[in-house]
Write a protein that binds this ligand. Structure first.
Ligand code: G3P
Ligand code: CA
Length: 296
C-alpha cells in the first residue's frame, strides 16, 4: 500500500496559514505568518517535494568544475531547477561566519588549517578548488553573498557545523555559532526562507531557544521513531534524515507535525523511492535530475 503524499496530509493546515499570507497584503497591522510557518508552507507548496541542491550542485569532485559551497555552484543549482540550496556554515577564530563543510581547509581550498584557528580575512584569501584540484576565482562565501546571489523565494538550508575534536576550541562551539548565524540571517531578512539544521543537538536546541519561530531541523543518520521523539522534544520543525529512512518512520514524523527532508539523494531510483514515502523535501547533489523527475 502506498503512502499519501504530503500535499494531501497538510491540506487543512494550509488553509489557515494561507489566510495569514493573504492578510499580509491588507495593511500594516494585519498578521504575518511566523518565519517557520512561511518556510513550512513554501515547502508544502512545492509538493510532492522541495528540490534542494546539496552544497549547490554537490561535492567537489573530478569531472565537475564547480566547487562545493560556492556561489557559482549555488547559482547553477537554481538554474538547473532547484527550489533552494543547502550550505554548511562555520565560525572563524575571530567570530565571523564562513560557508565551508570541512573543519579544515585542505580538501576544498588551496589553504590548510582548521577554520576555527584562522581569521575571517585569512580564510577569505583562500581560493576554492575545482574538481581537478585547481584553484578557481571563487572564495569561501559569506552568508550575505549567498542570500544576495540566491534571491527570494529560494529556500536556503543553513547547516550549522560544530567542529569535531581535532579543530574544536573554547570560543567556537555551538553557543558561539548559533547566535551569530541567527543574528546574520535576521540582519539579511532571510528567516522566512531559511531552514536551519544541525547534527549537533545543542545547536538544534539553541535555534529554538533563541528564535522559537525560526525553522529548525534535526539532522540524522539512520533515523527511527526515537529520533522523531527527540526532534519533538527539541521543538523542531523537521527532521533531516539519511534517505534510507523507513516509510513508517516518515509517516510517524509527518503525523507528529514534522516535515521530513532527506539527504543526500543522488540517484533517480532513490529519488522516486522517497517521493513514494511522502518525504517533503529532497536534498540532492543533482537538482537537475530531480527537477526533470518532478516535471514528469
Ligand atoms: O544537510 C544534509 C547533509 O548536508 C548532511 O551531511 O556531511 O553533507 O553536511 P553533510
Ligand atoms: Ca551539509
Amino acid at each position: 500500500m502506498g503512502f499519501p503524499r504530503a500535499s494531501q496530509r497538510v491540506r487543512s493546515s494550509c488553509i489557515a496559514t494561507c489566510f495569514l499570507f493573504l492578510c499580509a497584503a491588507c495593511g500594516d497591522d494585519t498578521p504575518v505568518a511566523p518565519a517557520n510557518e512561511q518556510v513550512r508552507q513554501r515547502i508544502v507548496s512545492l509538493a510532492p517535494s522541495a528540490n534542494i541542491g546539496h552544497r549547490g550542485t554537490g561535492l567537489t569532485r573530478p569531472g565537475h568544475a564547480l566547487p562545493e559551497n560556492s556561489i557559482v555552484s549555488f547559482v547553477a543549482a537554481m538554474a538547473a531547477g532547484a527550489d533552494g540550496i543547502e550550505l554548511d556554515v562555520e565560525i572563524t577564530q575571530d567570530g565571523q561566519l564562513i560557508v565551508m563543510h570541512d573543519d579544515d581547509l585542505v580538501r576544498t581550498t588551496n589553504c590548510t588549517g582548521c577554520v576555527s584557528e584562522m581569521t575571517f580575512d585569512e580564510i577569505r584569501a583562500c581560493r576554492l578548488l575545482d574538481g581537478e584540484g585547481q584553484p578557481t576565482d571563487e572564495r569561501p562565501p559569506t552568508l550575505e553573498e549567498v542570500y544576495d546571489a540566491i534571491p527570494s523565494p529560494a529556500l536556503i538550508n543553513v547547516e550549522l557545523k560544530v567542529f569535531g575534536p581535532d579543530c574544536s576550541t573554547d570560543t567556537t562551539g555551538a553557543d558561539a555559532l548559533v547566535p551569530r548565524a541567527l543574528e546574520e540571517v535576521t540582519r539579511l531578512g532571510g528567516e522566512g526562507r531559511t531552514l536551519f539544521s544541525s547534527f549537533d543537538l545543542e545547536a538544534a536546541e539553541l535555534v529554538k531557544l533563541e528564535q522559537p519561530e525560526y525553522y529548525s531541523a534535526l539532522l540524522l543518520g539512520q533515523a527511527d521513531s526515537d529520533d522523531v521523539d527527540q526532534a519533538l522534544l527539541l521543538g523542531q520543525d523537521a527532521i533531516h534524515p539519511f534517505f534510507s529512512i523507513a516509510a513508517a518512520t516518515v509517516e510517524d514524523a509527518l503525523d507528529s507535525g514534522l516535515q521530513v527532508n532527506v539527504w543526500t539523494v543522488n540517484s533517480e531510483v532513490d529519488m522516486e523511492a522517497n517521493l513514494d514515502k511522502g518525504t517533503t523535501g529532497i536534498i540532492t547533489g543533482f537538482p537537475g535530475v530531480l527537477a526533470e523527475l518532478l516535471a514528469n
